[in-house]
Design a protein around this ligand. Sequence first.
Ligand code: NAI
Length: 215
Amino acid sequence: MNRDFSNVSMAVIRRLPKYHRYLKDLLDKEVYRISSRELSRSIGFTASQIRQDLNCFGGFGQQGYGYNVEELYKEIGKILGLDKTYTTVIIGAGNLGQAIANYASFNRYGFQLKALFDTNPKLIGMKIRDTEILDLDDLEDFIQKNNIEIGFICTPKEVAQDVADKLTSANIKGIWNFAPVDLKVPKDVIVENVHLSESLFILSYLLNEKELLNS
Ligand code: NAI
């Protein structure tokens, strides 16, 4: 299979986790083979959209057979890089940082949490599911000594850029940013933002649009 996916659009890439999730559900239900029409019915994309998406990676289905669910699940997992493991740290061990540290599924997918970091002396030294909260002053040293690849920023927005600067100066590869701020980082550092409130505001918009249509 062609492994250079640099020309594949981000819109396609952003649909892959959904394929991955649906295929996992099918495997859990012991469904090992599925037609493109059935897959389309359950996932909510058209069959042609699915074919087009998967063709970006060389195509997987067979005419008259459909898709081999296990093979497709594994291949999409590989495309998403989920066949590897990643070392991670969380910066900001408050409500959100601790909730993420408590969520076991990320570890199951290969994201190994090595430490949390905070500036609050009351938190430093505590453990969240066996992972210690360390002093922010030790962040850069820890990243370099433990080859940490990804930092999750869960600090207040006022300090998020400063934390990002520390992460990048320690040669972090990726940042999962939860702080509501657009970070400036060198080109070779990947930032993926998660902003729950943006999704909530879309829900609010849609609720209001529906009310307007019904009035
Ligand atoms: P919190 O106040 O419970 O936790 C923040 C933690 O960061 C505290 O433990 C604090 O001591 C620590 N901290 C402060 N300065 C620091 C620094 N320079 N380095 C390391 N740690 C530092 O706040 P919460 O509720 O956990 O929110 C954290 C961040 O996540 C905020 O920016 C909030 O806006 C954001 N957030 C984002 C969401 C999203 O969907 N992206 C959802 C919820 C919160």
